[in-house]
Structure formats: structure tokens, C-alpha cells
Design a protein around this ligand. Structure first.
Ligand SMILES: [Zn+2]
Length: 97
């Protein structure tokens, strides 16, 4: 399988966080795209960081002051097997935040 790698890395917001995952204990660094922050109509909103092997999620709740209000984690993940999701995952991977 050939994967086209035409994705352009665009630097995103300087708004960055780090939190320790309750499941694996890893300190994770993450950031949030400005378009996401501007388009919120409620706070806090969840920001999900998929990571690890086996894959699991750290969920950070970002409040209106753009601070991490709470975190939780989940080992329950499902990634739908269809082309649009796969392409979107590749884009996220190449430009994670
Ligand atoms: Zn973890």
C-alpha cells in the first residue's frame, strides 16, 4: 500500500499542556488548535489524546480560561475502519497539534 504524504506541517497555537496519564503513567504533551478554541460554544470541552500500546485515551477538559480543569482516561477506544477516518488520522499524525 502506498500512502501519499502530501500533508503540510503547519505550526499551530502556542497553547500547550502536559499531564500524566492515569493509565500508563506517561507524561503527555499536547496542544489545541486555535480553530477549535474559537469555535467552542460551551466550556469545559473535552480534548482527547490517543496514545500508548495498547492504545488508550487521556481526556482533558479545557475551561473558558483555557486551562485544564480535569482529566480522565479510558482504555475503551474504537477507530472506525473507513477511508475518511484513516485519511484524517494521517493528517492529525503529521501535524498533531
Ligand atoms: Zn496513557
Amino acid at each position: 500500500m502506498v500512502i501519499s504524504a502530501n500533508y503540510v506541517h503547519i505550526p499551530k497555537t502556542r497553547l500547550k499542556f502536559s499531564r500524566k496519564c492515569p493509565i500508563c503513567g506517561e507524561m503527555l504533551r499536547f496542544g489545541i488548535e486555535p480553530e477549535i478554541i474559537k469555535s467552542r460554544d460551551f466550556y469545559p470541552f473535552p480534548h482527547i489524546i490517543l496514545h500508548g500500546n495498547p492504545i488508550h485515551a487521556l481526556i482533558a477538559y479545557i475551561d473558558a480560561e483555557l486551562k485544564v480543569r480535569a482529566i480522565e482516561s479510558s482504555p475503551s477506544i474504537e477507530i472506525l475502519r473507513e477511508g475518511a477516518t484513516f485519511n484524517s488520522l494521517l493528517q492529525k499524525w503529521s501535524n498533531p497539534f
